[in-house]
Design a protein around this ligand. Structure first.
Ligand code: ATP
Ligand code: LTN
Length: 336
């Protein structure tokens, strides 16, 4: 992508953590949108491996997860010819700006983040400072590229709001430095719930493997997980209160087929949950099949992956360095 086109279209930035297998929630809530935005915007995407160590990672699995996340995103349709796509730890400006932004972020603001509260409850033995300052690194990711919009699932909205507050605060002190980004949250699929506890979001770090469907799960595994999905005792396929499990399955079905909830209710009138679960599983399997096939090709071609992530990092460093230098000059650092 040439840098002249970079100037014209709006800039989109987003990232995903390689903290485990990428789930159907990640795909429907975020990745699918990343792919569809590529023609209309200047998109820049990253694998957020710096963020991932806020939770302990086993080195061998972590190295593999980073590479697999990169390959899987390509398989989902991220086109590195259109959208620079890199690995966060390869671009040192991220950690540098994150430190700076930490000094413009308040303890109270970080304490209010629900993700921090949830994750510190879940990993009570490792409530590290990185988990706490996670949002300032995320703010750095976004602000370095002067992003106009950030496509994420609804769970990240609070982090986006904090990013805007940090940027506004910095701009207020030093004059215009960072673009104030908008969240881009697609209506459908923005929150896929756990198949086992449908009041909680589907999360790749959930220890109960039946709670999530991985994009790379084999068809028989996907079928089994949907068949085991928690539902209710009404046995009517319709959206309703207290029907979190069915609401979630209808949401998934609607996102993958493009049918409305009403159309789905009509289609399954008089049929039981068993039939419906099988139909949802089949629809999901069909959507994931081509992605899984492409993934096998990419992961077998390590040279190609290395070439692409080097190219992405080079581009990202050049672009982000401009913003970092600008911010550092404003603060009073001896730059150059
Ligand atoms: P973790 O469980 O480790 O917190 P995660 O599954 O929440 O991970 P992230 O890497 O934090 O995944 O998120 C990647 C993207 O996927 C984000 O844009 C996030 O909003 C979106 N996302 C994550 N889970 C869901 C979900 N259940 N439904 C919709 N979108 C989701
Ligand atoms: N925290 C994000 C992952 C992430 C991200 C970002 C998303 C890291 N940096 C920048 C958007 C923009 C999450 O989705 N859990």
């Amino acid at each position: 992508m040439s840098e002249t086109t970079t100037e014209k279209k709006k800039v989109i930035f987003s990232a995903i953590q390689p903290s485990g297998t990428i789930t159907l929630g990640n795909y429907l809530g975020a990745l699918r949108n990343w792919v569809s935005l590529q023609d209309e915007y200047n998109c820049i995407y990253a694998v957020a491996d710096l963020h991932a160590i806020t939770v302990r990672q086993e080195p061998k699995a972590f190295r593999q997860n980073i590479l697999e996340a990169y390959a899987l995103l390509l398989a989902c349709g991220i086109d590195p010819e259109k959208s620079p796509f890199f690995i966060q730890s390869h671009v040192h400006t991220h950690a540098e700006l994150a430190w700076i932004l930490n000094c413009y972020t308040q303890f109270g603001e970080l304490s209010r983040m629900t993700q921090f509260k949830d994750k510190s409850a879940k990993h009570a033995d490792n409530v590290n400072a990185g988990l706490f300052t996670y949002p300032s690194l995320m703010a750095a990711d976004i602000l370095l590229y002067q992003a106009d919009m950030v496509p994420v699932g609804v769970d990240q909205k609070q982090h986006l709001e904090l990013t805007r507050n940090i940027a506004e605060r910095f701009n207020g002190i030093y004059g215009s430095t960072f673009k104030i980004p908008e969240p881009y949250i697609a209506e459908v699929g923005s929150k896929v719930m756990s198949l086992q506890e449908p009041t909680k979001k589907m999360s790749k770090s959930d220890e109960n493997v039946n709670a999530w469907v991985a994009v790379l799960d084999k068809p028989d595994v996907i079928m089994k997980k949907f068949k085991r999905a928690v539902t209710d005792s009404e046995a009517v396929v319709r959206v309703g209160e207290g029907k979190d499990g069915i609401n979630n399955l209808i949401g998934i079905m609607s996102t993958v087929t493009g049918k409305t909830a009403d159309e789905i209710a009509v289609e399954f009138e008089g049929k039981g949950y068993g039939d419906f679960k099988v139909a949802v599983a089949e629809a999901v399997i069909e959507v994931l099949r081509p992605i899984q096939e492409r993934f096998s090709d990419y992961i077998a071609n390590k040279d190609y992956l290395v070439e692409q992530y080097h190219k992405g990092a080079e581009f990202a460093l050049r672009l982000s360095q401009r913003t970092l230098t600008k911010a550092m000059k404003k603060i009073g650092y001896l730059v150059g």
